[in-house]
Design a protein around this ligand. Structure first.
Ligand code: TXA
Ligand code: MG
Length: 351
C-alpha cells in the first residue's frame, strides 16, 4: 500500500485533503497524525474493523485497549456513560492536553476498540492537526502511539515512516512533537481518581485540582498494572541500557568511570553510548554522546525516544544514561527509562 503523506500547515487542510481524510477514515483505513505527546495511529473508533487494522499494523496484542481521541467535549457523551463531575473539572483544566481519562463505555463503543474491556479511554489532544483530523472524520479517532509494538513511541514523522510506512493509508507530517512522551492516564471508574500511567500532567497537578488522587500500586511492581499496556516490555533498545540517578554531578562521574571500564574491557569507543543532556554533553570524553533535551527547561523527554532509536541505528553495545529523578516530570520520565532499561537503575549516591 502506498502511504500518502500530507504536510500539516496552518491554518489547516485543503478542501481536497479534508475530503480525503473523511473518506479514508470512513472506509475504515488508518492515518497516522501528530499530537502534542507522540504521533498516533488513527482509525474510526466506532468501526471494529479499523481497530483490528490498528492492532495488525502495530503487531499489538488485541487485549491492549486504544484511546479514543475527541475534538470537542460534546463527543464525550457519545462514548462514556456515568460521567462524574470530576471529569468536567479535569477537562476544563487540562483539555485539550496530555491527559487521558477512563470511563465506563457506552454500548456503541465496540469492544474491539477497548481490548474487550467495558471501560474506555478518552483524550482531547492539543494539536491543531489532530483536532482538525477528528473534525473532518466526524467520529472519535481510536489511536495508540504510531510505533511497532515494543518500540519507542514516535516523536517525529521519520519514526512513523520507519515503523509503518507502506502499511497504512496516510500520515500527517506535523514535524517534531512538543512533549515527547505519552499522556497521563487517570481512571475515573474507581472510588478515587487513580493514575494508571504517569505523564506530563503530574500527580501533584491532579491533586491541586482534585484533592486526593491515588496511584496504581502495579506501577511500583505491587501486583499487575491496571492499564494493560503498562504490563508489556517497552521502548527497549537493542543495547544493554543502565540508568544512573541521584546527584547529577555524581551521575556524570559514575558514567565517565563506567565508560572507561568498558574501554578496558575491550569495547570500542563507538560501541559505548551515553545518554546525556544539552548541559552535560561536553563532559564525557569517552563514548558516543547523544542528548535528549535540557534539564534547564525540563525538556529531557523531548528527544528521549528519538535518542533510543538513534542508539539502535548506531549499533552501540551499551547505553549509559543519566537519570531524571530531580525533574518535576520525574515519575513519567523515570517510568519510561525503567521500561527501556528493563529496570536496570543504579542510584549513584549509594555507590
Ligand atoms: O499520549 C498518548 O496517550 C498517545 C497519543 C497518540 O494520544 N497515545 C498512547 O496510546 O499512548 P497507547 O495505545 O500507546 O497507550 C494507551 C494506554 C495503554 O497502556 C492501554 O493499555 C491504556 O492506555 N488503556 C486504554 N484504554 C484503557 C482502559 N479502558 N483501561 C485501562 N487502560 C487503558
Ligand atoms: Mg504506545
Amino acid at each position: 500500500m502506498e502511504t500518502r503523506i500530507i504536510t500539516w500547515n496552518e491554518p489547516g487542510f485543503s478542501p481536497e485533503e479534508s475530503s480525503w481524510i473523511k473518506e479514508t477514515i470512513g472506509k475504515g483505513e488508518l492515518i497516522a497524525f501528530p499530537t502534542e505527546t507522540v504521533y498516533g495511529l488513527g482509525g474510526d473508533g466506532f468501526n471494529p474493523g479499523a481497530s483490528q487494522k490498528i492492532y495488525q499494523a502495530k503487531g499489538r496484542p488485541s487485549d491492549n485497549p486504544l484511546i479514543l481521541h475527541i475534538s470537542d467535549l460534546s463527543m464525550l457523551s457519545d462514548i462514556a456513560r456515568e460521567i462524574p463531575d470530576v471529569a468536567y473539572i479535569l477537562a476544563e483544566k487540562f483539555w485539550p492536553g496530555p491527559l487521558t481519562m477512563i470511563f465506563k463505555k457506552k454500548a456503541e463503543v465496540p469492544v474491539e476498540t477497548t481490548g474487550g474491556l467495558f471501560t474506555v479511554a478518552v483524550r482531547m489532544p492539543d494539536h491543531p492537526a489532530a483536532l482538525a483530523m477528528i473534525q473532518m472524520a466526524e467520529t472519535p479517532i481510536a489511536a495508540p502511539s504510531a510505533n511497532l509494538s515494543g518500540k519507542p513511541s514516535p516523536t517525529r514523522m521519520e519514526h512513523v515512516t520507519a515503523d509503518l510506512g507502506g502499511k497504512i493509508a496516510g500520515l500527517i507530517d506535523g514535524g517534531e512533537v512538543g512533549i515527547g512522551y505519552e499522556s497521563t492516564i487517570v481512571d475515573l471508574t474507581e472510588k478515587e481518581p487513580l493514575i494508571l500511567r504517569p505523564g506530563y500532567i503530574t500527580a501533584k497537578m491532579l491533586e491541586e485540582t482534585l484533592g486526593n488522587v491515588e496511584k496504581d500500586p502495579g506501577l511500583e511492581g505491587e501486583g499487575r498494572p491496571k492499564a494493560p499496556g503498562m504490563r508489556y516490555r517497552h521502548y527497549a533498545p537493542k543495547a544493554e541500557m543502565v540508568v544512573f540517578y541521584g546527584t547529577v554531578a555524581k551521575q556524570k562521574e559514575t558514567i565517565r568511570n563506567r565508560a572507561e571500564e568498558y574501554l578496558k574491557k575491550g569495547y570500542r569507543e563507538d560501541e559505548i553510548g551515553i545518554l546525556a543532556t544539552r548541559e552535560s554533553k561536553q563532559e564525557y570524553p569517552v563514548g558516543r554522546v547523544l542528548c535528549c533535551g535540557s534539564r534547564q527547561d525540563d525538556t529531557m523527554g523531548h528527544d528521549l525516544y528519538h535518542v533510543l532509536r538513534e542508539f539502535d541505528g548506531l549499533g552501540v553495545r551499551v547505553i549509559l544514561s543519566e537519570g531524571f529523578d530531580d525533574s518535576p516530570k520525574a515519575e513519567a520520565l523515570m517510568n519510561r527509562m525503567r521500561k527501556a532499561s528493563g529496570n536496570h537503575m543504579i542510584k549513584v549516591d549509594m555507590e
